[in-house]
Design a protein. Structure first.
Length: 326
């Protein structure tokens, strides 16, 4: 920023007429019109107040303030216009009748050629006609304007990047500079009062992107808005507790008598054929279980059959012996 400001001041000093330091500030109040395309300066060129007071460094500009807005953010190569604004305020108690304003794009890059301003178009909107006026590099869009004490004025500007903007130029700075004819008093014992240009400069950075790039959001992201759901006003029914259902048994269960354990008896190693035959004719009804102890209705019948079997066996023995004797 200091580099560009120094270059502009050096140009003004180089063209300074020897008698310029003797001209009173009132001489620059004759013109009060704004600049139009191709307009020329009507006032004599005077040095900057900071340059005049270099040996002492005690100059302080207390008349104008500048607020540059809406220029931040991406600019698309070969795209449309991006509008921005510059607001100038006269904070002093005196009217300013020599107001000048200029705008320019630049990069703090040493020996860059070509310069970025060759690929950026800048225009100013004339406050009287409403037309957009193209501006060259560091071309004034206001010359010898009038700004009343304690008043502000806002200027509408716009810029766009050309499609042939070099790929390595991904950023630039945009500056608006306002100036007016002020005066500087040398310290004593000199005490001279000389006219000089007091100024205020704004500076904003821009980023160049391609049409296919998605520009990054600028500024602080807004926090997401969350809505708290309101409780419904409709009446809600609370379920009533139901009485527990008890089941009444229809009949009392009849307890069953425990069955006595059955002990298996070992079978005789030599069972008589007659006993086997009797057992086959009178099977037990317990599904294969052994007979229970104690008396039974079938005991007399079993005894008769057993006795008959014994008699039959004895008779068979006798008959066999007789046959052998004979």
């Amino acid at each position: 920023m200091k580099l560009r400001h120094t270059v502009a001041t050096a140009v003004a000093v180089a063209t300074l007429a020897p008698a310029a330091l003797l001209v009173a500030p009132a001489a620059y109040a004759a013109e009060g019109t704004q600049a139009t395309q191709g307009a020329t300066r009507t006032e004599e060129k005077v040095p900057g107040c900071e340059t005049v007071s270099t040996a002492y460094g005690d100059y302080e500009q207390k008349t104008l303030t500048l607020n540059q807005t809406d220029v931040d953010g991406p600019v698309v190569r070969g795209g449309g216009w991006r509008n921005f604004h510059a607001t100038v305020t006269n904070i002093s108690n005196k009217d300013v009748t020599t107001l000048n304003a200029a705008v320019y794009t630049w990069r703090q890059v040493e020996d860059e050629d070509p310069v970025v301003a060759s690929f950026v178009d800048v225009e100013y909107k004339n406050r009287e006609t409403g037309k957009w006026i193209p501006l060259g590099y560091y071309e004034h869009f206001v010359r010898n304007g009038v700004l009343k004490a304690k008043k502000s004025v806002t200027y509408d500007l716009r810029l766009r990047a050309k499609a042939d903007l070099p790929a390595h130029m991904t950023w630039a700075d945009v500056s608006v500079e306002v100036s007016f004819v002020d005066s500087y008093r040398f310290p004593k014992p000199d005490g001279r009062v000389v006219p000089c240009l007091g100024s205020s400069t704004g500076q904003k950075s821009i980023k160049f992107v391609n049409a296919t790039d998605k520009p990054a959001p600028t500024g602080k992201p807004k926090p997401p808005t969350t809505s708290t759901p309101k409780p419904s006003t409709s009446a809600t029914t609370t379920p009533k507790p139901t009485a527990p259902v008890t089941h009444t048994p229809t009949s009392s269960p009849v307890p069953t008598k425990p069955t006595a354990p059955v002990t298996a008896r070992p079978s005789a190693p030599y069972a008589s054929p007659s006993v086997v035959a009797v057992a086959a004719q009178f099977p037990t009804g317990g599904g294969g279980n052994l007979a229970q102890t104690g008396s039974s209705d079938a005991l007399p019948t079993v005894g008769l059959i057993g006795g008959a079997a014994v008699l039959a066996g004895g008779a068979a023995v006798l008959i066999t012996r007789r046959r052998r004797t004979n």
